[in-house]
Design a protein around this ligand. Structure first.
Ligand code: HEC
Length: 146
């Protein structure tokens, strides 16, 4: 009997440890949104530079910034952050493999864009930015509310 109670307690404890507290979940969601704002900020800057022809000297910096923040993005979706003030859809955690594919596409597109921008390869910059923008839309369409 004691042994059984002991086991139940251990299982209960394991569950508690793996679950985020509400405060942690709120901070995780806040952090995720802040990270996505950085992604959005670099994207808006890149688009404006390329379309408007202003501050071309900053293009590499934004490209490298995007490649850096793309390394952060895969770990801002921990389990237990699907409710509260978030526009993330629950299917992120129900279809983790498909979600990972959408994330991998973004990381690859950001890396490729940085390579093209750093090389000053303006013949391929349009294609690279299209691929990058497509990776945002590819994920948002399926996994972001609105
Ligand atoms: C693999 C999925 C995925 C990719 C790729 C992705 N996003 Fe997001 N993005 C999300 C999700 C999910 C949210 C909602 C987050 C939340 O509300 O918790 C979001 C939110 C945002 C937001 C709103 C942040 C806020 O203020 O709440 C912006 C801006 C944004 N993304 C821009 C981008 C841009 C630009 C790209 C591409 C360069 C991109 N995202 C790529 C999944 C993705």
């Amino acid at each position: 009997m004691y042994r059984m109670i002991g086991k139940v307690c251990v299982v209960g404890l394991a569950l508690m440890v793996s679950q985020l507290t509400l405060a942690d979940a709120e901070s995780e969601i806040k952090y995720r949104k802040a990270v996505m704002k950085v992604v959005g900020g670099h994207m808006g800057s890149i688009g404006t530079i390329l379309r408007g022809g202003v501050h071309m000297e900053d293009l590499k910096l934004h490209a490298n910034g995007m490649a850096s923040i793309a390394q952060v993005a895969p770990h801002v979706f921990p389990e237990g952050t699907d409710t509260g003030k978030t526009n993330a859809k629950a299917n992120i955690w129900q279809e983790p493999e498909d979600f990972k594919m959408a994330m991998d596409k973004f990381v690859a597109a950001a890396d490729n864009f940085a390579v093209v921008a750093n090389a000053g390869d303006m013949a391929n910059i349009g294609g690279a930015v299209k691929q990058l923008g497509g990776s945002c839309k590819g994920c948002h369409d399926d996994y972001k509310k609105e």
